[in-house]
Design a protein around this ligand. Structure first.
Ligand SMILES: NC(=O)c1ccc[n+]([C@@H]2O[C@H](COP(=O)([O-])OP(=O)(O)OC[C@H]3O[C@@H](n4cnc5c(N)ncnc54)[C@H](O)[C@@H]3O)[C@@H](O)[C@H]2O)c1
Length: 474
């Protein structure tokens, strides 16, 4: 039997909110790497998914969906100082739980800034108010209020989460490979200057998931390798991207925000119907979906270099380019044909149903004269299965981020509310990498103007391949 390293003894209580694909995948990791007994863990969730697993691990399992009306009683009345809330649910407001944890002196982690049910598709909200930009600003507004409060790690899954750390590793690798002499960046400004010196104009979270089942998608069925509710919600939010200083023109039908960091813009169309050109080393060129994600905004914001008067001098464009598993792609196509109406049946591909495939998830940094640089994790279903039970490749990239974020929070218990950018990326990587399969950095000569065959007129900027208009699939 393998002797796994127990990183920390945890003597308080862990409350897991939600127990879907991520919750089920993270529980074995918590029990493996924390010195904690099953009686110290409680699951509060909205349905009976995962109940058998909870029983297998002797962990308490309660179906009692949190709502704005009951969260104080259902969770708050049990939560004590030093406890840990692991929010891996959908439809539960992150900011509400963060404030509750601050009030009680409890640690907190989530993988997205989630609103209460219904906000993503509320027709009474403006397009701008349905963005992740607004959700992120709501979380950031709490930061000064809880400075030095108990640590709340916000958005620490795979993406957002690990990929935010990958950007830092990629920048350092690029500097090394191109012979750029730089000291280890210490401040946010150091990171901005490094990205600027390397000529980084655009960053994609470039992901290709090739996992597949031998059971094809049926008509009126949504199939995916992680939360169908989560993917459906974010796919129906407006497309969003961190907006770089090299961009010459705003996309047609887009909007900017009047308040906040102003690091990102949104498109007046859903991400599930917005495609972009991107590249990963194994897949090569592909069309991915520009689904809104918190990291598109936080990475762009983090890498914004300002002048003395606060004027923006440098910022890269940053966004997701997601090629989900082939069955999910067909599911999106079917869903879009019905104007965004979710299929009646949903199937989450679990590890035992997937026959082969990998999740190739990384960051693609573009603009350096040497070429594009992709850095990330290649995790196959076979590797994931062998590493941790109850995980496929996609979930493991997320669940190990939750584990490493929890460990980091315990090591830094009074950091207040932090995004991944404020964490020590080396420590997080050290904890997570053993579970991420092959970590690779690859240079490529791809650009979005490559092999455009000229058979049809296109509005292109041939002088600068890294203009968003060249990347967007019109
Ligand atoms: N950052 C990342 O890389 C990343 C990746 C995957 C998923 N996620 C996010 O993690 C979260 C969980 O994903 P998943 O794949 O496990 O989703 P899932 O759909 O498989 O499970 C969601 C869980 O939330 C529970 N839930 C729903 N409403 C609830 C309520 N009111 N109170 C308590 N529990 C409730 C459900 O019962 C279910 O157990 C989602 O928000 C998703 O977007 C982030």
């Amino acid at each position: 039997m393998t002797n796994y390293k127990k990183f920390h003894r945890f003597s308080n209580h862990i409350f897991m909110i939600g127990f879907g694909s991520i919750g089920q995948g993270v529980l074995p990791l918590i029990l493996r790497h924390f010195d904690v007994s099953p009686e110290q863990i409680s699951i509060i969730t909205a349905d009976n998914r995962g109940q058998k697993e909870a029983e297998e691990y002797n962990v308490s399992f309660e179906v009692n969906p949190l709502t704005p009306e009951n969260f104080r009683q259902v969770l708050g009345s049990h939560l004590k100082q030093g406890d840990f809330v692991v929010n891996v649910s959908v439809d539960v407001s992150s900011t509400t739980l963060i404030e509750l944890c601050q009030e009680k002196g409890a640690l907190y982690i989530d993988t997205v800034v989630e609103p209460w049910a219904g906000a993503y598709t509320d027709p009474h909200l403006s397009v701008s108010d349905r963005t992740n930009y607004v959700l992120r600003e709501e979380a950031l507004a709490l930061v000064p209020k809880y400075k030095n409060g108990s640590t709340a790690v916000v958005c620490h899954g795979a993406n957002p989460g690990m990929v935010n750390h990958f950007v830092k590793v990629a920048l350092l690798n690029m500097a090394k490979d191109t012979g750029l002499q730089v000291a280890q960046p210490k401040t946010r400004e150091d990171w901005c200057k490094l990205a600027q010196k390397l000529g980084v104009k655009t960053i994609h979270i470039a992901e290709r998931d090739t996992q597949r089942s031998d059971k094809p998608k049926e008509v009126d069925e949504f199939v995916n390798t992680w939360s169908i509710d989560g993917f459906y919600s974010e796919g129906n939010q407006p497309s969003e991207l961190g907006w770089g200083t090299h961009e010459k023109e705003m996309p047609k039908s887009s909007g900017a925000h009047a308040v906040g960091s102003k690091a990102a813009i949104y498109l007046n169309r859903p991400g599930s119907n917005t495609r972009v050109r991107s590249w990963t080393p194994l897949e090569g060129p592909y069309h991915g979906f520009l689904i809104t994600h918190n990291e598109s905004i936080s990475i762009a914001d983090f890498l914004t270099l300002r002048g003395k008067n606060g004027e923006v001098i440098y910022r890269p464009t940053c966004h997701y380019a997601y090629h989900p598993c082939d069955n999910a792609l067909l599911s999106l196509h079917e869903m879009n044909g019905k104007n965004g109406k979710l299929q009646n049946r949903q199937r989450l591909l679990r590890a035992d149903e997937i026959v082969d495939g990998i999740d190739e998830l990384g960051v693609l940094l573009m603009g350096n004269p040497k070429g594009v640089y992709w850095y990330g994790s290649r995790l196959s279903i076979d590797q994931a299965r062998a590493l941790v039970p109850h995980n496929n490749a996609t979930s493991l990239q997320v669940t190990v981020a939750v584990l490493s974020g929890m460990l980091w929070a315990i090591e830094n218990p009074k950091a207040g509310i932090v995004e991944p950018e404020q964490m020590d990326h080396e420590r997080v990587m050290e904890l997570a990498v053993p579970y991420l399969g092959d970590m690779v950095g690859v240079w490529g000569d791809w650009n979005p103007l490559r092999d455009r065959n000229g058979l049809f007129p296109e509005e292109l900027d041939t002088e600068d391949p890294w203009q968003f208009k060249n990347i967007l699939v019109a």
